[in-house]
Ligand binder design. Structure first.
Ligand SMILES: Cc1ncc(COP(=O)(O)O)c(C=O)c1O
Length: 399
């Protein structure tokens, strides 16, 4: 066949894919088959083979929980699987309202807003708060955002795509942030970070950030995607440490459903409903999912044993790992083992796969160059033998 006259159209696509392969950064999806992952079982079925899964964000082991599944069915029977409209048209169902109320009560917050994903909630918030002023002028009404360097891609995208001025402070470096805030003369200031960092598992210095925000008349925004459910006596995440001005968390991790929420004060809530394009021009989340998420929160509040189990198994894992292994210590489910080179990380991941362990290698640009890693997630549905086996295989593979 003759080449078409558009042969060079978008030629960066093939160029960049080839480069990605050459750098050992090429990504492919794996398809998870039907299986039995639930609160008692942490294996996944890939191409008919079962692996112990150490790459899941189902931190509390609630995915496929019988009571959540039942609530999902009940929600579908009552409200349908689809909202059938955006929230400002006819997509805001009783299930959504009840879920927002449940979250407000749980976190002791005045208002809550639901989004179809954490990614869109982050974009929505930064766009909305960065709306005043324009990037060309130096007027003080232009918002100033300060973000931790390791903030999630959706926070970075939201911040840089907004009209705000953006500065990123070194990871968890509150001294540097304090110095930046001293020099700040913007009228509107936001400090943003993650409660638990997605690729390192360590926590933000939540109390210090809140103190700095108060001192400098700024708002504190925390993305609690990896803290919600896991941190705090009732799993309230960073709000169990101190009162956070604006919190976002996804339902797709410990909460075991999908979508996201954002909590804030009444006026900002009203503002987002009126001006947030990501909220206004998007179909509301499935009401059946919203109904199931209420059940999930009820289980999360009661299930301290799940959080205790994560802590116990995490301590066991740290104890059993050989001294030569570079592990980032953490109080969360996430335990990062830094390998460095992309190829080396892929090789260890492949070795573990041969032993029946699924542990995805995380490579740039998700993490910094030369910090490719194995991101181990320890969940409430793992048991001691799973952890002992993982440590044994890692110690051998990284000898
Ligand atoms: C810290 C953080 N924020 C936001 C998101 C996006 O949330 P969602 O998966 O609901 O889009 C993720 C990952 O999924 C995340 O790790």
């Amino acid at each position: 066949m003759m080449p078409t006259e558009h042969a060079n159209n978008f030629s960066f696509i093939s160029r960049q894919l080839a480069e990605q392969q050459q750098l050992n950064r090429y990504r492919q999806r794996v398809c998870i088959g039907a299986g039995v992952t639930n609160e008692h079982n942490c294996t996944i079925n890939i191409a008919g083979k079962h692996y112990i899964n150490f790459s899941s964000n189902d931190y509390l082991g609630l995915n496929n929980h019988a009571e959540i599944n039942k609530a999902l069915q009940e929600g579908a029977d009552k409200f349908g699987t689809c909202a059938s409209a955006s929230s400002l048209v006819t997509g805001y169902h009783y299930a959504h309202q009840a879920l927002e109320d449940e979250i407000c009560q749980w976190l002791n917050k005045p208002r809550c807003l639901l989004f179809s994903s954490g990614f869109s909630a982050n974009l929505a918030l930064f766009h909305a708060l960065g709306q005043q002023g324009d990037t060309q002028s130096s007027n003080t009404s232009q918002a100033q955002f300060y973000l931790d360097k390791l903030s999630h891609a959706s926070m970075i995208d939201g911040a840089y795509q907004s009209n705000a001025k953006v500065k990123r402070f070194n990871h968890n470096n509150t001294e540097q942030l304090a110095r930046l805030l001293e020099q700040n003369n913007a009228e509107n200031t936001l400090i943003a970070s993650e409660g638990v960092f997605s690729m390192d598992g360590d926590q933000a210095k939540v109390a210090q950030l809140a103190q700095l925000a108060k001192q400098h008349n700024a708002w504190l925004y925390l993305d609690d995607a990896h803290s919600i459910g896991v941190i705090g006596e009732q799993g309230q995440g960073s709000n169990s440490i101190t009162d956070i001005d604006i919190t976002m968390a996804t339902f797709g991790k410990a909460m075991a459903t999908s979508g996201a929420f954002l909590t804030c004060q009444a006026e900002l809530h009203d503002y987002l409903i009126n001006f947030s394009r990501h909220y206004i021009y998007s179909t509301a989340i499935s009401p059946a999912i919203a109904w199931a998420t209420i059940k999930s929160i009820k289980l999360i509040k009661q299930a301290q044993w799940r959080r205790d189990k994560i802590n116990e198994l995490s301590a066991l894992f740290t104890r059993l790992l050989a001294d030569n292994i570079q592990l980032i210590t953490s109080q969360s489910s996430i335990h990062a083992i830094i390998i460095g080179d992309e190829k080396a990380a892929l090789q260890v991941s492949e070795k573990l796969k041969q032993q029946g362990i699924w542990l995805t290698a995380i490579r740039p640009p998700t993490v910094a160059v030369n910090s490719s890693r194995l991101r181990v997630t320890i969940c409430a549905h793992h048991n001691e033998n799973d952890i002992k086996y993982l440590a044994e295989c890692l110690n051998k593979a990284l000898k």
